[in-house]
Design a binder for this molecule. Sequence first.
Ligand SMILES: Cc1cc2nc3c(=O)[nH]c(=O)nc-3n(C[C@H](O)[C@H](O)[C@H](O)COP(=O)(O)OP(=O)(O)OC[C@H]3O[C@@H](n4cnc5c(N)ncnc54)[C@H](O)[C@@H]3O)c2cc1C
Ligand code: FES
Length: 276
Amino acid sequence: MTTCGCAHHTPPEVFENVTLVANDRVAEGVGLVTFDAPRIARDVQPGQFVHVRIAYGVDYLLRRPFSVYRTHGDRLEILYQVVGRGTRDLALATPGTEMDMVGPLGCGWRVAEDTAHALLVSGGLGAAPLGMLAEELAVRGIAVTVAMGAPCGERLVGRDLFERVARRVEIATDDGSCGTAGFVTGVCGEMIVEGGYDVVYTCGPEPMQRIVAAQAADAGVACQVSLERLMACGIGVCLSCVVETKCGFRRACVDGPVFYAKEIVWGSVYDGSCEL
Ligand SMILES: Cc1cc2nc3c(=O)[nH]c(=O)nc-3n(C[C@H](O)[C@H](O)[C@H](O)COP(=O)(O)OP(=O)(O)OC[C@H]3O[C@@H](n4cnc5c(N)ncnc54)[C@H](O)[C@@H]3O)c2cc1C
Ligand code: FES
């Protein structure tokens, strides 16, 4: 029987006025912003996200959703890729800037009690929701192996964190400038066939996640995926973020963004192959 949706209880989200304490470029087009956000940092679970009002005005009627990459004490870190107005303004924000944030939101990664070894597969900024998970698994004594991919070496994100906590990190770049030349799915496909993993956690472009999910299913390994959707309210009201699952439509903002891969009706998912 397939059961869908968020299985575990998470504390209710809060509104918090947060202060930006650092904002650094970490890769081509990617920044890492650190906020002083004691209430949200205390409660957030790996794989959950926050909704940030980057500024005020007509461009900011909607908050922007970001995965929480890491927390340490009262601090919360977000990795962001500059794609539009909001993330451009985020890149320009300096220490001392105040923003308001809602979180923690959504349903994060599930870790089964008997997990001994997890494979994390990250594509590009897919590292964002996997960083905190990698640290949490290591703290719990669960072996972590990572396969990470990017278009080129300059766009690898999260490598330092993964190399610090994982027993093995395999890298693939499309142009071969770092690690194996080609897509990360080639590398992780071989690793999954080698065996030894209880679970695969993956985030990255949806076509990549779909392939990883199929590789895990073929090998009989459990797999969880973190899906990105356009989001407006972030709290389950507007239905802008639906995902088709075997149990019907689910809202990525409250029932996800992490789902069991076996739940997803992949055929219904936009795979970037045509104009919408
Ligand atoms: C649960 C969740 C977690 C996310 N985590 C991260 C993260 O950790 N780091 C990060 O950089 N980004 C993350 N995103 C995507 C991020 O929210 C968008 O890139 C951001 O809102 C764009 O804002 P903008 O004002 O710069 O761009 P806009 O001007 O609003 O849009 C620029 C382009 O980005 C596209 N876009 C906007 N919002 C989204 C979205 N939600 N999903 C996909 N495409 C979008 C638009 O269609 C447009 O093509 C996440 C999204 C979700 C739903
Ligand atoms: S963003 Fe409104 S229901 Fe998910």
